[in-house]
Design a binder for this molecule. Sequence first.
Ligand SMILES: *Cc1c(COP(=O)(O)O)cnc(C)c1O
Length: 413
Amino acid sequence: MTAAITLQDCQALDRDDPLAPFRDRFDLPDGVIYLDGNSLGVLPKATRARLQQVVAQEWGTDLIRSWNAHGWITLPQRVGALIAGVIGAEPDEVVAADSTSVNLFKLIAAAVRMRPGRRVILSEPGNFPTDLYMVQGLAELLGGQVELRLVERDRIADALTDEVALLLLTHVHYKTGAIHDMRGLTERAHAAGALTLWDLSHSAGALELSLSADGADLAVGCGYKYLNGGPGAPAFLYVAKRHQDAVRQPLSGWMGHAAPFAFTDAYEPAPGMARQLCGTPSILALSALEEGVRVMADAHMGAVRAKSRRMGDLFLALVEQRLPGTFGIACPRDSARRGSQVSLTHGEGYAIVQALIARGVVGDFRAPDVLRFGFTPLYLRHTDVWYAVDNLAAVMAGQEYTERRFRDRAVVT
Ligand SMILES: *Cc1c(COP(=O)(O)O)cnc(C)c1O
């Protein structure tokens, strides 16, 4: 039997942690252990100052001149280039714009146009709802030209037939944290003549990605999760350079036009990634996102991933040590196959999460029974993991979750 893990072990890991200095770049509330950075990342200190500057100077004083003077007009590309560094893409393969849902619509529609004669969008049951809903909306719009086909993850490779236009997958599953083999599935998709669209919402800023090397065609992802861009931050989209001039997305707004300020009647898509834009970008939101991504871009992704795996393993080991047999485990135990989260299951999951939040340990709940804990290496310590499990043990020992006030479901879980 291996020796029990102690608080001192966790303190030693913190002393040796090369990422420890990053914690000071975030504004963390007192008395909170925040294990929900996979849903809404915390506020970087630089963001507060940046927003004050943008509001007071750029908007408040310089007004319309700021589109040129402060480079507002190229902010989607600048933030995109920063994100590209985090996901293993070229700087001119990514732009920041719109929401993940809207970007999914643009790229799913574009992919269907790029594979005439094929109507199947292949995905998996239990994929993040918006990914499936956006395909359903497009299928309704286009009538019989699009069919959403869902197959279980272990059968995806075999389901890549010559009917498939697009393989649409979330790289790290939002509920289980399971990672898809991006390179392997992309190869299979290409062999079948299909394109791939990866949703990186739980991957960007969480693990090492190499979109270019893996041959990915298209991707989207969230700005407000591991990239710390703020609530409702703009999302990003990626198009491999080889496809950029063939991709025609249907939301042909003027910001994607080749010459927006020529004000001509006929739409002509801009070259490169600019055609992925639609309307006027939200400058306040993009400015906040830029600061969030900048912190991430300063960190070595290999170190981020190593610490993320270590924290997830530590959490699972401590749960087994302190609460043997209490929870089911809904994520891969092998950290190489797991994103930056741990998912436990329990019939009282919702109330347990609420009782933990009342103790200052913030995780979240995903129906029907998943307790989800995200590990964000830039601002969490190994001792936070220790105290999180310590609080979980107290919630279970005192049956705190049976209290009435923890049982009423709020709108957002
Ligand atoms: C969070 C998340 C989204 C969110 O999409 P929005 O348009 O920002 O609401 C999309 N896909 C996945 C996989 C997510 O985890």
